[in-house]
Design a protein around this ligand. Structure first.
Ligand SMILES: [Zn+2]
Ligand SMILES: [Zn+2]
Length: 301
């Protein structure tokens, strides 16, 4: 492995850095205020069923953009798919507002290469808050030039075209639900749809995915051998669409399945559905012998 300085880059300097911090501050802080506003709303008048359906109907595909798209497809290449599905996964991933596809993949590959060391961008050795969100305020990112997978993304015109439109897609992610709210609730529906189906959905997707970096490197079960602190934390299985089986993931990072079954790993269920429609193939899964070889002594398969 080459030196750290070659592969960690600055997140920007001067005005660019200030702008980055201001936007990040807004992205992290505004959703907390929105949760407060939602509680106030809830006390004064219930959200409509339309708002709740909108929340779930946007949460699942956008969270899957992160788990199936960014993580299992773009980073770990655990299955192959068509160009159309690849583009849909890319757009859904950008709607989650977790940065550009190329940078997300670089940071995550870096995490697997340096888990639990000082070089790990969200290392749990610096505390849970740092691992959860604090790391994003530091002026360092993994260099996309450091990995073959991200160099391929940099050369991919589809992906770079989408990454450059990150700001526009961010705006659609929040405001796009407003017109849907108008259809079922008029102008107050616009407000409650943006609050619940936009900002709070965005808050939930962020905190559940961030909890993989924090809680799933601190609390939980360790059924497989892996050279780091990662854990399987089953109560988070559904809201993280199966990604909370993070110990299993660190043991078998290339596997399309992280949970123990399709029902506790919704991301894997989505990949199986794609496969049933002939939209996913070459799905990589550990064999029984590979699971057995890494299982901790005394654990059942
Ligand atoms: Zn991890
Ligand atoms: Zn991973």
């Amino acid at each position: 492995m080459a030196s750290r300085s070659r592969h960690l880059i600055s997140a920007g300097e001067g005005l660019q850095r200030q702008l980055h911090l201001a936007i990040l501050g807004l992205v992290v802080v505004v959703p907390y205020a929105a949760v407060g506003a939602a509680v106030w709303f809830l006390w004064n008048r219930w959200f409509s069923w339309g708002d709740l359906i909108l929340l779930v109907a946007t949460y699942i595909p956008i969270a899957a953009g992160v788990t199936v798209g960014l993580h299992r497809y773009f980073t770990h290449r655990s299955f192959e798919t068509t160009r159309a599905v690849r583009l849909i996964l890319a757009v859904l991933a950008l709607l989650a507002l977790e940065g550009t596809i190329t940078q997300w993949v670089a940071n995550h590959l870096w995490h697997h290469a340096h888990a639990d060391t000082d070089d790990d961008l969200h290392s749990p050795i610096h505390g849970l808050w740092h691992a959860h969100v604090g790391w994003m305020f530091q002026n360092r990112q993994a260099d996309p030039q450091a990995f073959g997978i991200t160099r391929a993304l940099l050369a991919d015109r589809d992906i770079q075209r989408l990454d450059r439109r990150f700001g526009l897609i961010a705006l659609i992610s929040i405001a796009g639900v407003g017109p849907i709210g108008y259809l079922y609730g008029g102008w107050s529906g616009v407000a409650s749809a943006i609050l619940l189906g936009g900002v709070i959905r965005f808050f939930l997707v962020h905190h559940f995915t961030w909890s993989i970096n924090s809680l799933c490197h601190a609390i939980g079960d360790r059924p497989y051998r892996s050279n780091d602190s990662s854990t399987d934390l089953w109560p988070l299985a559904w809201p993280t669409l199966g990604e909370a089986f993070h110990r299993t993931h660190h043991a078998f990072p290339w596997s399309a399945r992280q949970g123990t079954a399709w029902w506790n790993d919704p991301s894997y269920a989505i990949i199986r559905l794609l496969a049933a429609g002939r939209l996913a193939w070459n799905i990589r899964l550990p064999t029984a012998a590979q699971y057995a070889a890494k299982r901790e002594p005394g654990r059942q398969g």
